[in-house]
Design a protein around this ligand. Structure first.
Ligand SMILES: Nc1nc2c(ncn2[C@@H]2O[C@H](COP(=O)(O)OP(=O)(O)OP(=O)(O)O)[C@@H](O)[C@H]2O)c(=O)[nH]1
Ligand SMILES: [Mg+2]
Length: 386
């Protein structure tokens, strides 16, 4: 699972990346601080099934803290995109190729209106512009690749009987687009309009959600309302990457306890500026919006927009263990609607090939190949051993 962070320069992409991964990357108030992409692991968080089964788990592919399962997802932070990037403005859009395999994009918007379309300092800028131009640039990037497929098709069809869907599938698989996506899109839009087709394919294969960032700044409040009104059909989550970094830093230094809210452990160990900074975050971010929004953004992208569920494969449904006796070792993110057999293949192609059936831990019932996996299922996959 990969998620791409996109947005204009200085909107806070690298800050969001750092807040989610705690990897130290370059962050600065001038455009194009990031040129080469940053790649790292963030997490989605969900109640661990160890809570339901009342057992102590030994996670291997993920982490469990206070019965919350932290499941890793890959985050990619790329260079800033400016209007007309497809014509080569700014750093152009070549670097978008780094996002080919992303399942979802989070558009980091500077909600404060204090940076212009190129990321330079200004005041009173309307962040709604950013949503419009950025979506357009991403769609045009798709369109340039769809166009290549279309030209191949028009050349090939002169010489042999060829199928447009097959040619497009081959051209677009690198973008994570399936044959089904292409068929669905061709049913919906006019095949002659490359741009429309590309936009449809983009929204199917890389939905965009909005992180309304810099929500700690006072100017952001009205702009957020405006954005929500104009883009009521988009998922918009208020975030403060800067606040999340400050809270995680203070937690790492042992100064505060921080889960959803925070408590200062010993005020005498902090200077006035530090305490004031934390109180500012409490008042302007946590009290106002409930959280810094970073974790919500990732969870929303994976569980709501992409509609993934969590499944725990084990080797023994009675003990809930793998072969090495680890309790609930792995939590897998799978697309809602996935069958047991498809899941078996994704765990290991060999297990898929030798698949017989499965067992489910809660009811102990047998499962067939077509069983649709449910959220928090603990399953044992049965396969021919030799
Ligand atoms: N107040 C406030 N400032 C923020 C927030 N997030 C980022 N910033 C500031 O915005 C500026 C740009 O942040 P970056 O994370 O470097 O932005 P970027 O989008 O990666 O920029 P490029 O790499 O140049 O495209 C820095 O000065 C950050 O400290 C936030 O939530 N609140
Ligand atoms: Mg950056």
């Amino acid at each position: 699972m990969q998620i791409g962070l996109v947005g204009k320069p200085s909107s806070g992409k690298s800050s969001f990346f750092k807040a989610a991964t705690m990897i130290d990357v370059a962050i600065a108030a001038y455009p194009f601080t990031t040129i080469k992409p940053n790649v790292g692991m963030g997490y989605v968080v969900t109640d661990c099934v160890c809570k339901y089964y009342d057992v102590k788990c030994n996670p291997k592919n993920s982490v469990c803290v206070n019965k919350k399962r932290f499941i890793p997802i890959k985050l990619i932070d790329v260079a800033g995109l400016v209007p007309d990037a497809h014509l080569g403005k700014g750093l152009g859009n070549q670097f978008l190729d780094d996002l080919r395999q992303a399942s979802c994009l989070i558009h980091i918007v500077d909600t404060s209106g204090k940076t212009d379309a190129k990321g330079k300092l200004t005041s009173g800028y309307d962040p709604c512009n950013d949503i419009r131009f950025l979506t357009k640039e991403i769609d045009l990037w798709f369109a340039s690749i769809v166009k290549k497929g279309m030209s191949k098709y028009s050349v090939k069809k002169k010489f042999s009987k060829v199928d447009l869907v097959d040619i497009l599938t081959k051209q677009l698989t690198g973008l994570g687009i399936t044959k089904g996506d292409i068929q669905q899109s061709l049913d919906k839009v006019d095949v002659d309009s490359t741009v429309e087709l590309a936009a449809e394919l983009r929204s199917l294969s890389k939905p965009i959600i909005i992180a309304a960032n810099k929500i700690d700044l006072l100017e952001s409040e009205d702009n957020l309302k405006k954005m929500k009104k104009e883009f009521f059909d988009l998922t918009i989550i208020p975030t403060s990457a800067a606040a999340e970094i400050a809270l995680k830093n203070a937690k790492e230094k042992g100064l505060i306890e921080y889960d959803t809210g925070f408590t200062i452990k010993d005020e005498s160990k902090m200077n006035t500026k530090q305490v004031e900074g934390l109180r500012f975050i409490e008042k302007n971010v946590l009290d106002e919006y409930g959280s810094t929004g970073i974790q919500e953004c990732l969870n929303k992208a994976v569980f709501d927009v992409l509609d993934y569920i969590v499944v725990y494969p084990v080797a023994d449904i009675n003990k809930l263990t793998d072969k090495k006796k680890n309790v609930l070792p792995d939590a897998f993110l799978v697309k809602n609607g996935t069958t047991l057999k498809e899941f078996a293949f994704s765990v290991h192609s060999d297990i898929g090939d030798k698949f017989i059936g499965g067992l489910e831990a809660k009811t102990k019932r047998k499962l067939g190949a077509d069983y649709i996996l449910q959220n928090n299922d603990v399953v044992e996959i049965l396969f021919q051993k030799r």
